[in-house]
Write a protein that binds this ligand. Structure first.
Ligand SMILES: *Cc1c(COP(=O)(O)O)cnc(C)c1O
Length: 395
């Protein structure tokens, strides 16, 4: 390896204030999954996003799970989701023993295709079995076409939960990612645009929805001096220490987005002239936070495929990754062709349905996520670009 320091895809980037907040948390002795930092972090996220209610949680996945539980999703239900997403977006469907239905992407935005959604809901209604919810993913910092999705789902009375885990700070028609949905989820995992070292937030404009989620997230304790439970909950709360980190991180969010957008523009201007190279398009309706810069490679025109590029970068200790492997291609899901048969669900083999999938498959095959850390120097960016340019026409 010629470079010692590994260039990661999206490593944590502390701003400086985080440690002060953590110190305050120590001084108050709230070393617990509740406390003033958690309250302040929830307030700060509400302020930033415009959602009126929020509950800080151990992960984004936990947030989606609580949202589905709130909606009463159960074994007889279907839940629609984007096929081009991360497993945390859909595993909560299986936690509830419901059936996932994976919807393909729109080639213009790479997010859930509203046309396919409309067609499938129409079919479902004819069959007399509408899904309990639709979970569109705001992909790599780009909002799904939420107004279109909401209009379609509203006409069938189907709830929309926005998986905005990757898209804190992204805008749709000038408003924050996820707004308009019944609820939305953000993630503060270590690789996201800001991090709490691990955590998530469920937000909603319905106070009752968040109250219920908060109750379930702390073991569903009844209001009594002793420990009493009338239903089963979870231990899903965010720790006060994690929230302290989040408070400091949130202060940097706008700066981080500005830098992410610069990084995207740099890659684009430095590589766009190469034949067969293009980039994830930014939808006209919004402003992406560019969590990750994603490049699309036409191997016939460029002369090397994403696999070759990834390995060449890896040789120089530079991390890049294929685009999410679509859910309908994941070994854990077995795609049902004949719905009249009974399909048994286990955690190793989950029956699921797929609606389209060719767009997501092509993006998976030819898409590559490039190092997008906000602490990358110009020199490091130049070296990544140079290594990619060198591969043009090698095969
Ligand atoms: C990261 C992520 C999640 C899960 O968030 P965690 O905090 O890691 O549980 C869900 N959906 C998408 C699209 C993500 O990228």
């Amino acid at each position: 390896m010629s470079e010692k320091k590994r260039l990661f895809l999206s490593p944590p980037h502390m701003g400086g204030e985080e440690l002060n907040y953590v110190k305050q948390a120590f001084e108050s002795n709230y070393i617990a999954p509740l406390g003033p930092m958690v309250d302040a972090f929830e307030e700060a996220i509400k302020e930033k996003t415009g959602f009126t209610n929020a509950v800080a949680l151990a992960s984004g996945t936990a947030g989606l799970h609580l949202a589905l539980r709130n909606l009463g999703v159960g074994p007889a239900d279907e839940v629609f989701a984007s096929t081009l997403t991360f497993i945390g977006s859909v595993s909560p469907i299986v936690f509830q023993r419901a059936r996932p239905v994976f919807i393909d992407s729109d080639l213009q935005t790479w997010t859930l295709d509203p046309e396919l959604l409309a067609q499938e809901l129409h079919c479902c209604q004819k069959r007399g079995r509408l899904p309990k919810a639709v979970i569109p993913t705001d992909l790599y910092g780009q909002c799904a076409d939420i107004d279109k999705i909401l209009a379609i789902c509203d006409s069938y009375g189907v709830a929309v939960i926005s998986d905005s885990a990757e898209s804190l700070g992204a805008l749709y028609q000038g408003r924050h990612a996820g707004l308009g949905a019944k609820a939305a989820v953000f993630s503060f995992n270590g690789n996201k645009i800001i991090t709490t070292s691990g955590g998530g937030m469920l937000v909603s404009d319905e106070a009752r929805f968040i109250e219920k989620a908060r109750f379930l997230s702390q073991q569903a304790r009844d209001n009594a001096p002793h420990y009493q439970h009338s239903q089963i909950g979870y231990n899903y709360r965010m720790s006060n220490i994690a929230a302290a980190i989040g408070l400091g991180q949130l202060e940097c969010l706008d700066q981080r987005i500005a830098r992410k957008r610069e990084i995207f523009r740099y890659y684009k201007s430095a590589l766009d002239d190469l034949p067969g190279i293009s980039f994830m398009p930014e939808a006209r309706y919004g402003r992406s936070n560019y969590w990750l810069t994603v490049m699309l490679v036409n191997p016939a025109k460029f002369g090397a495929d994403t696999h070759t590029i990834r390995l060449a970068l890896e040789e120089h200790n530079i991390e890049s990754r294929p685009v999410w492997k679509p859910m309908h291609l994941q070994p854990v899901f077995s795609i049902i062709e004949d719905e009249t048969k009974h399909h048994h669900t286990t955690l190793e083999k989950c029956p699921a349905r797929a609606v389209g999938g060719h767009v997501a498959e092509a993006l998976f095959k030819n898409g590559l996520c490039l190092p997008s850390g906000t602490a990358l120097s110009e020199r490091q960016l130049e070296s990544i670009v140079m290594r990619i340019r060198r591969l043009h026409g090698v095969n």
